[in-house]
Design a protein around this ligand. Structure first.
Ligand code: SAM
Length: 296
């Protein structure tokens, strides 16, 4: 599968597969699955259904949570003579699915690894949620036990980026309650059964969405997207407070440039305005020193 100018080198392909809708597979993923000599699959029955749908007859071997270490040698033996594709039950291998250890071991042994882009529930939910996408944190599955789950959420309470987590339908309402209690009444989006017949994206505050699912217990697969924490409110200082902070900085021998930058950030002021006040204060405090030559 290498181009003519490459040195032919067996490759481990990481191949994402649909998260529900069988049409969500790329042409390249299908070609790769057809051309490799072996497919390592999390569940060979699930993957066989996909392969049959696309008339692909590549041999399969299992690679799952419970045999993933024992299987490494067999997969590397196959890689000695041909390309291997890694697939999980659904979505992108390695994302809350087996794969990470195999990929790390392949890199360690100098095997070429190529990750194909494709379906992933977290990204699909994030984009559909309407919550900010410029920065986000993927948390995988939160802990199952109530106390551990609350501690886990408390640890990320100040995170300002959008949070994404996977959850089982049985724990959804408990987790939404923990989100409301620990993170406050944030906007959430519960993305359920993405790309499938009964796809649903339910948006609202954590308590509103929880109330809905208390009435109608959810089924199927679920991603929870949660708005990040609001940035801390900056209380803008008055001039007297800025001058006092500058005097304290000078008393501690902090250079004017550094003090102006720090105080501006804390005071919600423009740095140049703080600097100008600093020059004024300095003239009062002492005739002039090296800092007078500093420029903003
Ligand atoms: N590797 C997969 C990926 O790339 O998204 C994730 C595998 S993880 C074992 C399975 C979890 O992903 C489910 O419990 C659910 O939280 C989420 N998930 C997978 N498919 C989904 C779908 N169609 N709709 C909503 N969530 C889904």
């Amino acid at each position: 599968m290498s181009d003519w100018f490459d040195v032919p080198m067996p490759t481990l392909y990481i191949v994402p597969t649909p998260i529900g809708n069988l049409e969500d597979i790329t042409l390249r993923a299908l070609r790769t699955l057809r051309e490799v000599t072996l497919i390592a699959a999390e569940d060979t029955r699930t993957t066989r259904t996909l392969l049959q749908h696309y008339s692909i007859e590549t041999p399969l071997t299992s690679y799952h949570e419970h045999n993933k270490l024992a299987k490494l040698d067999a997969i590397f033996a196959a890689l000695a003579s041909g390309d291997v594709a890694l697939v999980s039950d659904a979505g992108t291998p390695g994302i809350s699915d087996p794969g990470a250890e195999l990929i790390a071991a392949a890199i360690e042994r100098g095997v070429r690894v190529e990750a194909l882009p494709g379906p992933n529930a977290a990204i699909t939910a994030l984009v559909g949620s309407g919550l900010p996408t410029d920065g986000f944190v993927f948390l995988g599955f939160p802990p199952k036990k109530s106390k551990a789950r609350r501690d886990f959420l408390a640890e990320i309470a100040d995170e300002q980026r959008t949070l994404i987590m996977y959850e089982s339908p049985h724990r959804l309402t408990e987790t939404l309650a923990a989100i409301a209690d620990t993170l406050g009444e944030r906007q959430v989006c519960v993305a359920r059964e993405l790309t499938k017949l009964y796809e649903e994206l339910r948006r609202g505050s954590a308590s509103e969405v929880r109330a809905h699912y208390n009435q109608q217990p959810p089924r199927g697969e679920i991603v929870i997207v949660v708005a990040g924490a609001a940035p801390p409110e900056i209380v803008v200082w008055d001039e007297a407070a800025v001058r006092a902070a500058l005097r304290a900085a000078f008393a501690a021998n902090e250079p004017l440039n550094a003090a102006a930058k720090r105080i501006a950030r804390e005071a919600g002021w423009d740095r140049r305005a703080v600097y100008a006040l600093g020059v004024d204060e300095k003239v009062d405090v002492e005739a002039c020193d090296d800092h007078c030559a500093d420029s903003p």
